[in-house]
Ligand binder design. Structure first.
Ligand code: BMA
Length: 311
């Protein structure tokens, strides 16, 4: 039997609706970052309206989390964001850069889904900054470093013509984004053939930026969401050095196979540890939060030695 490249934490799931001190139906698709000695998890929860809010939980070991008494980010009720958050806020990602944390999240409304960017320094106060895409985009992850003075992000526009793919865009100020370019496509008759999207914000390694993404395969019994890895060039992340041919994680545990949306593992965050391991966090079946650990070197090797073409 081949060894699992992602070793699931035996205490999974690490956060469920039973742990949340306000009424929610799910706890899933969470960003996780290290803030000083604390792991901060920003998780998405469905309310009984079917719309989502973003909650916050804290941990000292990345495995045991305690949720704050109230949600961290709920749809704006006034100002320029309100019109675009009416149907909820979803799937946050967090990037630490320049002494602050950038939070990107999906803003849903009758106008479609777009991505909003908010900033915090302490995970207590949060300030909305800008809506950084028009409709329809999801899954924006910002690199934690600038390239020739520009911020870079991976994103996933929707299209009726092409399969949903991963793109890169650049910005001088986090507000205006451009020079967009497609970097990676789903592969036909492959586990990620239906659509792909960025997952965790990319992680710097000595051999390139590791991107953990999700890929979807359609079956007669519905879609299956799995996780894969790609390696981007350190100096020019528009260049992909390799994409692993095989997935690194698929729904297997009972709470990944069955739930609010069955057969889903979906990541919005991973934390690289000083010992060369990475904690990968994923939502199981859009219902609970799980964590597993992998060796960064194994994930990079997989991209470089058993690769499929990026496009
Ligand atoms: C995607 C998004 C994710 C979700 C996934 C599976 O389109 O809505 O938030 O985890 O579907 O339902």
């Amino acid at each position: 039997m081949t060894r699992d490249i992602v070793r699931r934490y035996p205490g999974n799931p690490v956060l469920t609706k039973a742990d949340i001190p306000y009424p929610v139906e799910t706890v899933h698709n969470a960003a996780v970052v290290k803030h000083g000695q604390q792991y901060i998890m920003l998780f998405r929860s469905h309310l009984r309206t079917g719309r989502s809010v973003i909650g916050l939980a804290r941990s000292s070991d990345g495995l045991h989390f305690v949720a704050d008494p109230a949600p961290f980010l709920t749809p704006a009720k006034e100002g320029p964001f309100a019109e675009y958050e009416e149907f909820g806020v979803e799937d946050p990602r967090v990037t630490a850069i320049g002494g602050e944390y950038l939070i990107t999240y999906s803003a849903y409304s009758r106008n479609g889904v777009r991505i909003a960017l908010a900033k915090t320094r302490d995970f207590r106060q949060v300030a909305r900054f800008s809506l950084i895409t028009e409709a329809d985009y999801r899954n924006v992850v910002i690199f934690p470093e600038k390239f020739n003075g520009l911020y870079a992000r991976l994103d996933r526009p929707h299209s009726e013509i092409a399969p949903w793919s991963i793109w890169i865009s650049w910005s001088p100020d986090l507000r205006f984004w451009g020079d967009s370019q497609l970097v990676m496509r789903p592969m036909q008759y492959h586990w990620d053939e239906m659509k792909i999207g960025p997952g965790a914000p990319p992680i710097r390694t000595d051999r390139g930026w590791l991107s953990i993404y999700h890929g979807v395969f359609q079956t007669m019994a519905g879609s299956v969401y799995r996780l894969g890895v790609a390696l981007h060039d350190l100096h020019n992340p528009a260049l992909i050095l390799g994409v692993s041919d095989s997935w690194i994680l698929q729904p297997e545990d009972a709470w990944e196979v069955t739930g609010y949306v069955s057969n889903v593992v979906f990541t919005c965050g991973a934390v690289a540890e000083p010992d060369g391991t990475v904690k990968i966090y994923w939502g199981g079946a859009d219902s609970v939060m799980c964590v597993g650990e992998a060796d960064l070197a194994d994930l990079v090797d997989l991209c470089l030695t058993r690769s499929r073409p990026p496009r």
